[in-house]
Design a protein around this ligand. Structure first.
Ligand code: SF4
Ligand code: SF4
Length: 96
């Protein structure tokens, strides 16, 4: 039978004590896959920028320039929403 007080022995995890502080941390550090941009294929439609849940698409002068790897979590949404005929984003294993 399991010990009903066992949960008290679990170490306290990370606590977020204030909102809007993700920029202070490298929240993409546990990523498994990372997106890679093929600049030759990109048509700068900005679909990836619209849908990225971590605001990790970098745009300079209306041009998609790459990813903020400190905060990208590797979800792959950007690669999914990039127009199929363009397919400018490829997901690769983090250590590739
Ligand atoms: S993989 Fe996810 S978090 Fe990373 S840039 Fe693409 S949409 Fe954003
Ligand atoms: S969705 Fe694809 S084509 Fe559009 S800006 Fe992003 S990488 Fe470029």
């Amino acid at each position: 039978m399991s010990d009903p007080t066992g949960w008290k022995n679990i170490p306290i995890g990370g606590l977020i004590v204030e909102s809007g502080n993700s920029h202070d941390y490298k929240t993409g550090s546990w990523r498994t896959y990372r997106p890679v941009l093929d600049e030759e294929k990109c048509i700068n439609c900005h679909q990836c920028w619209i849908y990225c849940p971590d605001s990790s698409i970098m745009i300079v002068d209306e041009k998609m320039t790459g990813f903020d790897y400190d905060h990208c979590k590797g979800c792959g949404i950007c690669a999914e929403v990039c127009p199929p005929k363009v397919a400018a984003i490829k997901m690769v294993l983090e250590n590739e």
